[in-house]
Design a protein around this ligand. Structure first.
Ligand code: NI
Length: 190
């Protein structure tokens, strides 16, 4: 297992549309292990494979609270098959857009079809944080970021900030070492 580098805005690979997984082989298992390790280390509650530069439709997640036992979740080729008309607003963040948080309105409840590690079809009805997180991560698989759901004015402002930071650091990610473990992990959606 290895912690991999997380792509940071404005990395163009974050805009790629990821490819469906067709077989579970050793490289895929290694990818999944690395995604969990990278997500827990960040720390984040969700991660899409493209965030570590792999354009495959794989999402890892763990919404367990800090002192509770881990609850790792894996979604292969996840797809939203139903969304509620009721909406909820959640202050989202993203490991690829460190230390930026903004309220995003999304459907409160979604039904998601996905494959498990044996490529067996599964379906989950998710609400609240799980629904928000699933929608955020499935967006990643389609090259969509949470800042696409906020006003153009705010989006332009954050894009400008990250473009400038990338230029200053010669393309490296902005320093995110300031993230404290005491912060609510729910902020770092993934
Ligand atoms: Ni994200």
């Amino acid at each position: 297992m290895a912690i991999r580098d997380i792509l940071i805005l404005p990395d163009k690979r974050l805009r790629l549309v990821s490819e469906p997984v067709k077989t579970v082989d050793k490289p895929l298992r290694t990818l999944i292990d690395d995604m969990y390790e990278t997500m827990y280390a960040a720390p984040g509650i969700g991660l899409a494979a493209i965030q570590i530069g792999v354009p495959q439709r794989v999402v890892t997640m763990d919404l367990a609270k800090k002192d509770d036992p881990p609850e790792p979740r894996l979604f292969i080729n996840p797809e939203i098959v139903w969304s509620s008309d009721d909406a909820s607003v959640y202050e989202e963040g993203c490991l690829s857009i460190p230390e930026y948080y903004e309220e995003v309105e999304r459907p409160l409840t979604v039904k998601v079809r996905y494959l498990d590690i044996d490529l067996k079809p599964q379906e989950i009805e998710a609400t609240d944080l799980l629904a928000t997180c699933l929608q955020h991560e499935i967006d990643h698989l389609n090259g969509v970021l949470f800042i696409d759901h906020i006003s153009k004015l705010k989006r332009d402002r954050v894009m400008k900030k990250f473009k400038k930071a990338a230029k200053l650091s010669g393309g490296d990610k902005p320093n995110s070492d300031g993230l404290s473990d005491d912060k609510e992990p729910s902020h770092h959606i993934g």
